[in-house]
Design a protein around this ligand. Sequence first.
Ligand SMILES: Cc1cc2nc3c(=O)[nH]c(=O)nc-3n(C[C@H](O)[C@H](O)[C@H](O)COP(=O)(O)OP(=O)(O)OC[C@H]3O[C@@H](n4cnc5c(N)ncnc54)[C@H](O)[C@@H]3O)c2cc1C
Length: 1019
Amino acid sequence: MTQRDLEDRIHDCGRRYVATIGDERPSLFNKSAWTGKLMDACMRNERFKVQLFRFIDVLPYLTTMDSFSRHLDEYFGSEESLPAVLKWGLRGLGWGGTLAKSAASAATRKNLELMARDFIVGATASETVARLHTLREQGFAFTVDVLGEATVSEREADAYVAGYRGLLDALGQAQRGWPALGGGSDTLDWGHAPRINVSVKPSALFSLADPADVEGSVHGMLVRLVPLYRAVVALGGFLCLDTEMRRFKNITFELYRRLRADPEFRAYPHLGLAVQAYLRESEQDADELLEWARRETLPISIRLVKGAYWDYETVLARQSGWPIPVYTVKAETDAAYERIAEKILRNHDACHLACASHNVRTVSAVAELAHTLDVPAHRYEFQALYGMAEPFRKALLKTTRRVRLYCPHGRLLPGMAYLIRRLLENTANESFLRQTFVEGVERDRLLESPRAVLARVAAEQSTRAPARESGGDAAFRNEAFPDWTDAAARQAYASALGAVRKAFGRTYALSIGGQEMGTGDREPSVNPANPDEVVGVVCQAGPDEVERAIAAARNAFPGWRDTSPSARAEMLRKAAAAARRRIFELAAWQTLEAGKQWTEAYLDVAEAIDFLEYYACEMRRLAAPRRLGAAPGETNEYFYESKGVAAVLAPWNFPLAISCGMSAAAIVAGNTVIYKPSRSTPVVGHTLHQIFQEAGLPAGVFNYVPGRSGVMGDALVRHPQVGLIAFTGSMETGLHILEVAGCTLPIQSAVKKVIAEMGGKNAIIVDDDADLDEAVPAVMRSAFGYQGQKCSACSRAIVVDAIYDRFLERLMDAARSVRIGPAEDPAYFMGPVIDRSAQERILGYIGLAQQDGRVAFASEVPKSKGFYVPLTIATEVPPDHPLAQEEIFGPVLCVLRARNFDQALAWANATRFALTGGLFSRTPSHIERCRRELRVGNLYINRGTTGAIVGRQPFGGVKMSGVGAKAGGPDYLLQFLDARVVTENTMRRGFVPFEELRSAGGTMHGQSDGGVRSGRDIQ
Ligand SMILES: Cc1cc2nc3c(=O)[nH]c(=O)nc-3n(C[C@H](O)[C@H](O)[C@H](O)COP(=O)(O)OP(=O)(O)OC[C@H]3O[C@@H](n4cnc5c(N)ncnc54)[C@H](O)[C@@H]3O)c2cc1C
């Protein structure tokens, strides 16, 4: 059959569907009912749509009528601005009285709950079974899915599986009374399909699933999936693995292969998985799955979908600097769907196809392809979502006879994420249902082949003017986040760890004025997970070396100062390129010397690259002198110049990023640097030296000078030839540096400039309507990520009373779930702290919590020599107690119970520090108040408090958290520069250059009658 004939048949088939659907509209688009009116309002008003979706999102938390009314007001305004649809059915009530208002709230709440019921088949097992029974009587098979997506702890994963077990029991009982669909005496629907069919979301099976740890994730999921599948098999049922976000896709596929090939289940064919056509890689995935099925001689089953996370994948990729993994033109997805469907149908002996779509064109194409390829009826079926497109599903049933409905089961609360996804999907411009039932797009156009649509799109694009190239420097772009779904990236990290370990134990000399300089005083730097492992032996500078380093930096200064800013910027770019080439290796050094987990370490290097490139761009921006004023007869030129010799005193917690940021800023601004790495991470510090060396930085511009703080710190800060000190570390050390630098010696020729990033005691406020699915993991990451050793870490969770118990319970469950061990193994969420003294100090604070408050949770720690401390959650600590006021710099979180939001805000502000802060709330007025009144350097709303990104979230605190402009922001470089102004009198005996007169005339035109004459007048 030719492609043309096939297209004709698809069109005929599509027309038949459309005729069968007739004039009936899905309830979603039926404007005589409330839901239809609501959808209509959404599609006409984007702002209303956003507000409504946000309101639906918070709805499950609005358990009292008071909070419901308050949110209704906040989201939609007063009566006048409340959209008519939300007042539906309330005519005549008036608004003013409390009674009327609460009646309105009650009605809206009821309507929204009813709408959720349209999509959710039942909240209890008996409700669900009864509804499924009705659907079966109508001729529909089902697959049932237990709602509950965000599993933040192992207890929640257990509860998710228990939900299935309860439901399976009920289904097992019920199926005895269910005759098979399609008639016949068989117990299988249509003679081949189990009557019980469940769909499972793998990510909900294991709270610690992580793409970096495929093996651990698959194992964690299998632990719960195997018994569940066993129960399904015992009932003669079918289990399908849903495919969710791309980050879990490969894990899901591996999970499928393991379960399918498990000797216990090999002979049982009823196991399926979903493939998403919108992913560019899905065609290859489908090939690999088919090949695997043949190789293993195991028939498989694929539910082919287009994909439900299009917006999420697109946004995530753009935020992370990844190529967009999904198609961006809708017809590309449609075309891919048809190609993959054809692939599967051609292999129908090895793979059963479930075509899941509400698109008449898609379904017609699959039906006609199957017909053309002589695929037996039992090798494919059609699926649709419960609650969507009722007329469509009825027409599908009439035509194809084998239709299965995907039926979500569960309570409203976990159902909201699902409901929002469905509403987004249906109201999207590209949605087939919207185009059919709302936009009334012409029938033949809807049935058009996606290939033809793509050809049209391509033709339209070719007639458009090409996009303009941006001139000059390429704009700054952040380095991409690591994508651990990529097996090559995981392999590269593992290999880098091996290579770095092989290089352990080397001796590192100082580098001064381009010369390697060994010293007799040496210190080992060890792996905090195993202090017996010596990462490197590092020469320590004494007073002589400090003097030599300062002399070398001074000598190099004039030449470097006079090097053009663009040449200096170019050096930074070269250094960035060198770091990028070695990104896995540089990260691996941090994992082994600083105890940083894979992602944390990789992002540290990425941030270092960002600093190099961002400051290079910034220097180019600042390099051009600015002309100030417009008075003729004079020129005023404003420009920047380097300051001199800078001492960079770096911390160990971001051993490359912060070292690199401070040094790069100083260097690109034309200063020369004496770099003292932290005593705990001198080998990582040496990698910075290597990067600058690879970039070809002239000798003496960057001097690597490790040494003891007691020997070097004050000597550098006090030295008359050091004009600039850039420091990041504790408040105590920062204040000491400020004091020492403030004492000016008689021989000193300049006042010292100190940039000091100091500590924090950062709070996250959890409001009574916070989304705990988001807040709990964010607090976990912010408080315990990299063992809480970040200045941005959350060390106080201030929780509003109404939600305190629920929050604490979920947080403790999440904490109980995590595992602690060496950072080099991605299975561990938390690793060792940096050294023994940190370990002892943190344990001291934990003792204080036991003494003065309550240790609500303290985890087990590995029995090893590593510097481990327990992940600790302290409660019942007064807000002014040292635990809630001092920087602990470890995995100790105080959870404070605040009476209300006002008190939470007051407590959040009540420390000497003001670095980062966070808020989880869905009350717009509270968000607004925090913006204004939570006075911290970096405020994060509805996300964690760590992970600031260069150029996007310039970072730095106020109060006792630091002095200086924000790192990675537009003001940072200015601190490393002196501004100068040169004013020249350009008038010679009354003659003023024509250009000046002209520009002055332009500026002054119309300002005063007696103003300076324009150049034209003089001519
Ligand atoms: C029974 C059943 C089970 C399902 N299970 C899953 C599952 O496990 N995992 C999952 O992710 N989804 C699942 N879905 C949802 C499915 O992926 C689709 O979101 C939904 O069916 C809409 O596709 P459609 O063919 O019905 O409608 P259409 O309107 O034809 O297609 C809409 C889809 O096109 C894609 N799209 C939209 N805009 C663009 C664009 N600009 N560029 C490229 N592509 C675009 C998106 O995938 C969007 O969902 C399931 C659907 C059904 C019916």
